[in-house]
Design a protein around this ligand. Structure first.
Ligand code: TYM
Length: 354
């Protein structure tokens, strides 16, 4: 790792690929396949000519409950990317959201651009606030605007996230467009969600949604009380395999990729594709028409448990925190530089600065 923080003109104008993961509790297979693995693969592929921003949205974390120690979770969550195979170079930037105050400042400014209507239509807001319940905290409402600031401060073009975050990406795009219409080309618009999905290797343009193993109508979620619905990244191989072998499927009796009628089977095909890094179509062609669901389950159980076991042993080897602290130190200098320059441009547009 080099500590160089002086960038050439080419590097200053390189595109940015950015993502953030909240670390309120242990992460699961949905996080791993929805963003950690795709982001790691994209970073390794593009970091020679793109900035790769991986940050911890700690201000987003305080909106809800946090299991364990926030600082510990931050360090551990960044180690996860290293264990997933992220190759570090000068274009990989790790930072904590609250260490870059421009995020909060731009959020307030974007609050004056966003409307109550569009913000209250955000699905996650509706779910998390029990549809606008009076006792919900205002942070839940403001959450997507902070996320828009996270993205727009860095002119990020691609923002690898799971499908559940696509509505927030669209909001960020809309806010940027509205601001630009008034003040000129201040913000880079993040790519449309269908292009985001394609960039992540989802050629059908749909985002990644890993589903609950017990109720595949729903996404795999940390808040699901059913332990069998989710596989944690720290899950043992035996328990992982057992959960996949007992995953809910259907009574059709034939393997087909059909998220509507056979979401459980389709989920397993999707998981196999993402974890082996093979196109979904290749996996579908291999399995379509087969009638033994048990064969597919045992294939997926083997792939997932083996991959997680390898990942866990790499994670165990990253015992010291120093590498992450060093990366954060350099990353936060970089992030503050980029974010403050963008914020100043915005402030000047609004007359807040000369
Ligand atoms: P969060 O912390 O809820 O989830 C982190 C990432 O994991 C993805 N994910 C899934 N993907 C597929 N299937 C699933 N079952 C699944 N569960 C979780 C999420 O889509 C997400 O990509 N608001 C964000 C964090 C954030 C952010 C940002 C992301 C804040 N600012 C700016 C990108 C850019 C969140 O709460 O994700």
């Amino acid at each position: 790792m080099s500590s160089s923080l002086i960038y050439s003109t080419k590097e200053i104008f390189m595109q940015t690929i950015l993502t953030g993961i909240r670390i309120n509790s242990d992460l699961h297979l949905g996080h791993f396949l929805g963003v950690i693995l795709p982001m790691t693969r994209l970073a390794n592929q593009h970091s020679h000519d793109s900035h790769i921003n991986i940050f911890v949205p700690d201000l987003h974390s305080i909106i809800g409950d946090i299991d364990g120690d926030l600082q510990r979770n931050i360090i551990d969550s960044l180690k996860i990317f290293l264990a997933a195979g992220l190759q570090i170079n000068d274009h990989i930037h790790f930072y904590r959201q609250s260490y870059v105050p421009a995020h909060s400042e731009l959020t307030w400014i974007l609050d004056t651009v966003a409307t109550m209507g569009e913000t209250s239509r955000m699905i996650q807001y509706k779910e998390k606030s029990d549809d606008g319940k009076e006792s919900a905290n205002v942070g839940i409402f403001n959450y997507p605007i902070l996320m828009a600031a996270d993205i727009l401060l860095y002119d990020a073009t691609y923002v690898p996230v799971g499908e559940d975050q696509f509505q927030h990406l669209e909001l960020a795009r809309n806010l940027a467009e509205r601001f630009n219409n008034k003040f000129g080309d201040v913000f880079t618009l993040p790519a449309k969600t269908s292009d985001q999905a394609k960039f992540m290797g989802q050629l059908d343009g749909n985002g990644i949604r890993i589903r609950s193993l017990t109720n595949p109508e729903k996404k795999m979620s940390k808040s699901d009380p059913s332990e069998n619905s989710k596989i944690m990244l720290i899950e043992s191989p035996a328990s992982t395999a057992k959960k996949i072998m007992s995953a809910t499927t259907d009574s059709v009796g034939k393997i087909q990729f059909d998220m509507f009628n056979q979401p459980g089977i389709s989920n397993l095909l999707q998981i196999e594709s993402l974890i082996t890094n093979q196109p979904l179509q290749t996996i579908i062609s291999r399995w379509t028409g087969e009638t033994n669901y048990g064969d597919l389950k045992s294939q997926v159980a083997t792939t997932v448990s083996t991959t997680l076991a390898e990942f866990q042993s790499r994670l165990a080897e990253i015992s010291d925190d120093d590498t992450i602290h060093e990366l954060l130190k350099a990353g936060e200098i970089y992030a503050n530089g980029v974010a403050n320059a963008k914020l100043l441009k915005v402030q000047k547009c609004l007359g807040l600065r000369d």
